[in-house]
Write a protein that binds this ligand. Structure first.
Ligand code: KG4
Ligand code: ZN
Length: 353
């Protein structure tokens, strides 16, 4: 089966051709066109994103087919992200996928964007397959899941306010760093660590206490808006009499990243222990963070679990992961009909009650 994947949920226009079956698949091509225009505005402007997808999608798909060495007659099915995301941006991909599938006479299926992130690492790591504990950390979502098998998920915790990536982006803005904030903060933080000094800044670990027990509502849940406010206050104090110095900027970035990483790692390790999993799979843009990956490996090694993280190309939004998740659903005999819609928010499929 050869699947064309399409992803337009935010600010990446992406298409990919994937071939194979089950976990035995090959990424024949992957094109990711990042919309740099949003850097000018310090964040994604939805209307501009939609228009850029309209302009880019056809050439991106043509390039993906050419890289895979096929023409359109070689496509057996199409998978497209239909939520959650920016609804106007999603509609571009969904409309294209429906029209293309109709013209080609092939099945198509709508894919949940976060389920795509769940499959991303398995495209590179043969052993990143269920059962595992999953931490999905992106710009819009933060989900801690227990994955019994593909398509069968238990939602353990999620953020009650900002997503992890959103926290990186907002804190970067507070520190005068460019969008997207994650890579910029990671660079600042590693610069600080390179100086090998004690950090004068320290932020409380949000929603992380030793007395929390399984069954408590906050045992797995996360929250990052208080951490963002703590950073804001630190920046205000540091700039009361002078502009933010480079030294303070990198120290605050490192302290913020440490607090966020420790929280994510601890909550993930709790899930590994409770469900006795031997594997942890990371996904989403923040999963490209080297400090997070290293801390997760350290902590999970203590509880006997291996950590799998996607390469940065597959951590951020891409159509290969959408094609892979779509293939899973198509193999189960599921397909969408021409009334498929796009949704800004959408429940993850396969969640146990
Ligand atoms: O998964 P993704 O590409 O898009 C969404 O589905 O939202 O995630 C984008 C998010 C952005 O918030 C970005 O700042 C963050 O991932 N990010 C990072 C890193 N690279 C991207 N956060 C921390 N460290 C990074 N290296
Ligand atoms: Zn994403």
């Amino acid at each position: 089966m050869r699947v064309l994947g399409i992803e337009t949920s935010c600010d990446e226009t992406s298409a990919s051709v994937l071939s194979g079956r089950g976990d035995d698949v090959h990424v024949d091509s992957l094109i990711i066109l990042s919309q740099d225009v949003h850097r000018v505005f310090g964040g994604v402007v939805p209307e501009i994103a939609s228009r850029a997808h309209v302009t880019a999608l056809v050439p991106v798909v043509e390039r993906a087919l050419a890289d895979a060495g096929i023409d359109r007659s070689g496509i057996d099915a199409i998978a497209v992200t239909h939520g959650p995301g920016l609804v106007g941006a999603l509609l571009v991909g969904v409309s294209f996928a429906k029209a293309f599938a109709f013209v080609l006479g092939v099945p198509f299926v709508g894919v949940h964007h976060m389920e795509g992130h769940l499959f991303a690492t398995a495209l590179e790591e043969h052993d990143a397959v269920p059962p595992f504990t999953a931490l999905l950390v992106s710009g819009g979502h933060t989900l801690l899941l227990d994955v019994e098998s593909w398509g069968s998920y238990r939602l353990l915790g999620q953020t009650r306010d900002d997503a992890a990536g959103e926290a990186f982006d907002k804190v970067a803005k507070l520190l005068g760093l460019p969008y997207p904030g994650g890579p910029a903060i990671e660079r600042e933080a590693s610069e600080f660590r390179g100086r090998d000094e004690a950090n004068p800044f320290r932020f409380a670990r949000p929603m992380l206490r030793r007395d929390q027990r399984p069954g408590d509502a906050d045992y797995y849940d996360l929250s990052f808006s208080g951490l963002k406010t703590a950073v804001l206050n630190a920046v205000r104090d540091a700039t009361a009499t002078e502009p933010l110095t480079d030294a303070s900027r990198s120290a605050i970035a490192a302290a913020f990243q440490d607090a966020l990483v420790e929280t994510l790692v601890e909550k993930t390790a709790r899930a590994v222990r409770q469900f006795e999993r031997e594997r942890v799979v990371l996904g989403g843009g923040v999963a490209g963070n080297r400090t997070l990956i290293a801390a997760m490996r350290d902590q999970c090694a203590k509880v006997g679990a291996r950590v799998f993280a996607p390469s940065s190309r597959l951590a951020t939004d891409n159509a290969a992961m959408i094609a892979r998740a779509g293939l899973f659903h198509l193999e189960r005999g599921e397909q969408s009909t021409l009334d498929l819609n796009a949704f800004a928010s959408l429940a993850m499929p396969g969640l146990a009650d």
